[in-house]
Each structure stands twice: as structure tokens, then as C-alpha cells.
Design a protein around this ligand. Sequence first.
Ligand code: ATP
Ligand code: MG
Length: 437
Amino acid sequence: MRLSRYFLPTLKENPTEAQIVSHRLMLRSGMIRQSSAGIYSWLPIGLRVLKKIEQIVREEQNAMECQEVLMPTIQPAELWRQSDRYDDYGPEMLRITDRHGREMLYGPTNEEQITEIFANSIRSYRDLPQMFYHIQWKFRDEIRPRFGVMRGREFLMKDAYSFDLNAQSARKSYNKFFVSYLKTYAKLGLTAIPMAADTGPIGGDMSHEFLILADTGESEIACHKNYLEMDLSGQNINYVDDLQSEVDRCTAEYAASDEKRDKAVEKDLGDDLRIARGIEVGHIFYFGTKYSDKLGATVSGPNGEEITVEMGSYGIGVSRLAGAIIEASHDENGIIWPKEVAPFHVGLINLKVEDHNCQHVCDKTYGNLVRAGTDTLYDDRNLRVGSKFADMDLIGLPWQLIVGPRNLKHGNVELKNRRTGEIEDISLESAMARLTT
Ligand code: ATP
Ligand code: MG
């Protein structure tokens, strides 16, 4: 992509409405623009990041053999009356009436919808277990939307649902999601700490939130210091292994956020306790037959008996993750994207657009990078070098390939690593070899 033709409305000044660094940087780097409170448009460079996050989430769901579907954003109120959640959900639910006077709502989540689909089509225990996910926009009329996409009203979520014959099998499904979440966050370049979460009336230990540490996180967390060094990547585990022992390993020490914190346990931990702030990037939940009971999701068992299925639901905040990654990875000059989610891999900077040779080499290099399949943003604008560097640092691509007449005399270019800030003076050939493998 040529920057001279690309819609990248960067801002030099910090927008006053943004209180936290990720919100400031998303606005300044031209990723998003606010439409109304808690509702955003994603501009080209922001959408690239969102799609990459979405794709990593999708691939890991597919890897655990969860099946992708796409349910609507608008749901009938009737469905939520059946589960008794229509009134309970309160003012966070955006309620709509269609032209025929039918009550509808913009879905804040999809338990009812998926349970109805299941109940209408799956009849036999032989068809269990089943797992479905979708990646769809949600609306929650949050009382205090803030921090940009971190707490929006409209936001993108991956939500998944499991259906099992009994509690034992439901736990297996739960553990699969648990491990897949560890893998997903690791692939996004993040470490998320699993913490026991409130389970409501069902009790037990079958709900976990996943939080990444960041000073601007909304939750105050307390955890054993081991979590700061533990391998939480789920890397060497696959979905046929003994997942329970992996879950046990990753939840062996104390970790809790906000209302789940236990002062007595924390006192006992003494010097081993760490207090920090965290961002909730995922939440998994086993809730048994709460929805299947009400919506009639049953199957016939081996002896023809009717069995109400056991369910769980599993959410990842896809759009929140864009902000969370920035909170975890930035410096005073801007964003530092992990390569997995970077909007482009390389920023190619032409230092002197009026110089024929420089222009020629840059055009050719751009062509070669594109042909090699390297996502490249080519700054071919006739601008002050300082602004070009500032923009490139701000948008945080992993590599900058800087081409100027002085170095070119020796066939050299500069290759800058955005994360370390290290700049190497190397031949164009070696730079290309590094960027195209
Ligand atoms: P929170 O405690 O942050 O309000 P929640 O517990 O209500 O979130 P869940 O229903 O567990 O949220 O939703 C699953 C995931 O969706 C959350 O872990 C979070 O990452 C994301 N999410 C929830 N609400 C929002 C929001 N208003 N804006 C952006 N992402 C959100
Ligand atoms: Mg939650």
C-alpha cells in the first residue's frame, strides 16, 4: 500500500477525550474514529489489526474443532422471555420494536439463540458433544462506556457454546476452551492469567476470567508471584492430551480479581503476593442446564430417556484485545505491534522523493516486497523526514526499511527494529532477505 494513496489520518496532538494510552494511540494512529459514545468506526489500518486478531482467535477455535456459525445481531424478545432474561438484563439491553410492533433486541450475547438452534435440530446423545462459536458484534448499553474500544457499547466478541451429555463430559469441553484460550493469547503475543471467577448460583470452580496485566486495567488483581514467570502459553499441549492436568497446573496458585479477592489468603501469601491491575480479555463459564432446561434442549439417551444437555459459554473480547495489546506494548513514540497482529510487516520509507535513484530503488523494492507476500506500507509521500519517522513510529510496524540517497551510494539501506529501536546499516539484499523469509 502506498501511503500517498492510503487513508491514514494520524494526529500529532493527544486527543483530550482519551484517558488511557491505548485509546490515545488508536485515535492518533488513525485506527478508529468515534461515532457516538462507545461506538466506533474502524479505519483501514485499525481494521487490518482487528481482522488479524479475529483470524488468530478463529484459527485456534477451529484447531479445537469448534464449529463456526454466524448468528444475527438482532434477536426476538420472545426468545429471551423463555429464558427469563428479558427483564433481568435491564437497561444494558438495547430494545427495538420493528414496524409490526414486534419486540426485538440487539444481542448482548447469544446463549438463547444457540440453544434454540440446538434444541430444534439435535435429538440424539450420539450427536454429542457439540461446540459452536461465532465472531459477531454485540451491543451492551454500558452505563460508562470509556477507554475507547476497551469498554465500548458496540463491540466484537468471539462467543462459543458447548453442549454435552453429562457434567463429566462438560468439564472436558470446558478444559478444551481453557487451554485454547491460553494458546490464543500466546499467539497474540500476550500472557493472560486465568483467575477463578464468580459462578453465581451454580457454584463450583467452573468459571475463569483471563486477564492481562496493564497499569490501566479496570480490575485490581492479586496473584501469587509465580504467575509472573509461569509458562501460560499452552504451547506443548494438544487437545487430545490430559487437559485437566494442564488446567490444574495453570490454576494451582492463588489469583483473583476484584470481588473474588480473599484478604485472608492474601495475608497468608505474604511476600509471595503481587497486586497489579488487569484487563479482562476472556471469560469462560460452565452453567449446566440453566438455558437448556428453559429452552427445551434435550436429547434422547441410550435407553430412550430424555436428557437435558449440559452447557457452557466462552467469550473473548476481540475488539477489546486491540486496545489491550497496545496497553501491553507501546512506548513514548507510539504503538509497538507484535508481528502476529501488526497491520503491515514493514514500513518502507523513502527519505528523498525528489531523488530519481532513491525513488527508483524504493519503487522496485516495494514491488519485490509485495511479490514476496510481505505486507508493506510504502511511505512515498513528499513530506519532511521528521514527520515520516514520527508517523512510522506511531503506527508501530515491526520493521522500518529506510532508503536514502546517502546510504544508497554504497548499496545500503537502514533496517530499524521498532521494538528494540536498533538500526542496522546493511545492504539492500540482506535487508530483503530478512524481510521476505
Ligand atoms: P466486563 O466485566 O469487562 O464488563 P463481562 O464480564 O460483562 O465484561 P463477558 O460477558 O464475560 O463480559 O464477555 C466476554 C468478553 O467480552 C469479556 O471478557 C471482555 O473481553 C469482552 N467485553 C465485555 N464487555 C465489553 C465491552 N463493553 N467492550 C468491549 N469488550 C467487552
Ligand atoms: Mg466477564
